[in-house]
Design a protein around this ligand. Structure first.
Ligand code: PMP
Length: 362
């Protein structure tokens, strides 16, 4: 069977070049005589894989030496607990902006360990916009301010230019669904994290980029495995890391570099998302659900006038090789996730299909 266009929110499409390279090296990695899966994490070959992955990521995101880059497990969801356990140590309090399910989960987890202030929310309109992040809503006597930079389910984003700047308070960003897809100045953050299964490769590894000043002050109850300091000290080799997922992430980093880096990816992503949003803005049948100024480059939710039409469109699209267009179960409708690896032709073909459906169902 031929490969199809996969619009899944994650795990999602990987660059074909990465899959083919992994296929070539699957059984025997370079001169090691074994697969990366079979390799000791303490071997020279694996050290080369993890350290060069770290270096390429540092280069791509322009991460200065005052930041640690960690390869951890437990998904982005474990960071909902690790962040407060390691950072909520002075004021025992943090500010949160509630922009959807992933911030709600982070809020309820953080509330186990300290006080949470929900300083703004867009729940009143089904998270279809980003609340105004004006400086006066944020506290200064908190351990950190927490934002989700791209809301995978609702299709909103907070780009670099709209990040709040709160003097003396570290910014924590969940970058799970837009890391390496658009440019952020890492120096504006105390910590960012991202699960790998959207823009970085396969599920199983979570990247944490954390300023060294925030490492080492965890709560006493923090299990060793959840202390950033232990992983930083051991360069993510405290225990057996998810070796193959790290290898694949390294291949994805090399691919992004070959594509011209993050700024080039952003331009590519703006063109791709632009095709779809332009179509939605001009269609008399399909409608985007997010206010134009907060639209995500990665996840594009849209609806038809009735649930029956939504179902008919998804059925037709699936039959024609456009997979996983069904919206998240909490919002319905459709969602096209168009991460870095989705080619422009995939989006163009989707727009064509929508145009045809519109003509046939007017
Ligand atoms: N944050 C965001 C923005 C996400 O999109 C997701 C997963 N879709 C998560 C957190 C949770 O990630 P994981 O499944 O890796 O725990």
């Amino acid at each position: 069977m031929d490969r199809i266009y996969n619009f899944s929110a994650g795990p999602s499409m990987l660059p074909l070049e990465v899959l083919e390279k992994a296929q070539k090296e699957l059984v025997c990695y370079k001169n090691s005589g074994m697969s990366v899966m079979e390799m000791s994490h303490r071997s020279k070959d694996f050290e080369e894989i993890i350290f060069s992955a770290e270096n390429t990521l540092r280069e791509l995101m322009d991460i200065p030496s005052e930041y640690e880059v960690l390869f951890l497990q437990g998904g982005a969801s474990l960071q909902f607990a690790m962040v407060p356990l390691n950072l909520m140590v002075n004021y025992h309090c943090a500010d949160f902006v509630n922009t959807g399910q992933w911030s709600k989960k982070a809020i309820s987890e953080a509330a186990r360990y300290g006080k949470v202030n929900i300083v703004a929310s867009s729940e009143d309109k089904t998270f279809s916009y980003i609340p105004d992040l004006k400086p006066e809503i944020f506290s200064t006597n908190v351990d950190y301010t927490y934002l989700v930079l791209n809301n995978t389910i609702y299709g909103t984003q907070i780009p670099d230019a709209k990040l709040p700047n709160i003097a003396g308070v570290p910014l924590v960003g969940d970058m799970s669904s837009n890391i390496l897809a658009q440019v952020y100045d890492i120096r504006k953050f105390g910590l960012v994290f991202a699960g790998a299964q959207k823009n970085l490769g396969q599920a199983g590894v979570t990247i944490v980029i954390v300023h060294k000043d925030l490492v080492g002050n965890h709560m006493d109850i923090t299990p060793s495995m959840l202390q950033y300091s232990i992983h930083a000290k051991e360069r993510s080799l405290y225990n057996t890391p998810p070796t193959y997922a790290i290898y694949i992430a390294g291949l994805v980093f090399d691919w992004v570099k070959q594509m011209g880096g993050v700024a080039a990816m952003q331009k590519h992503n703006e063109e791709k998302a632009g095709l779809l949003y332009d179509y939605l803005d001009n269609s008399s049948l399909f409608k985007g659900t997010v206010v134009p100024e907060d639209r995500s480059l990665m996840n594009v939710p849209f609806v038809l006038p009735t649930a029956e039409l939504d179902a008919a469109f998804i059925k037709e699209a699936t039959a024609k090789g456009f997979a996983n267009l069904k919206g998240h179960r909490s919002v319905g409708g459709m969602r096209a996730s168009i991460y870095n690896a989705m080619p422009t032709e995939g989006v163009r073909a989707l727009v064509e299909l929508m145009g045809k459906f519109e003509v046939e169902n007017k």
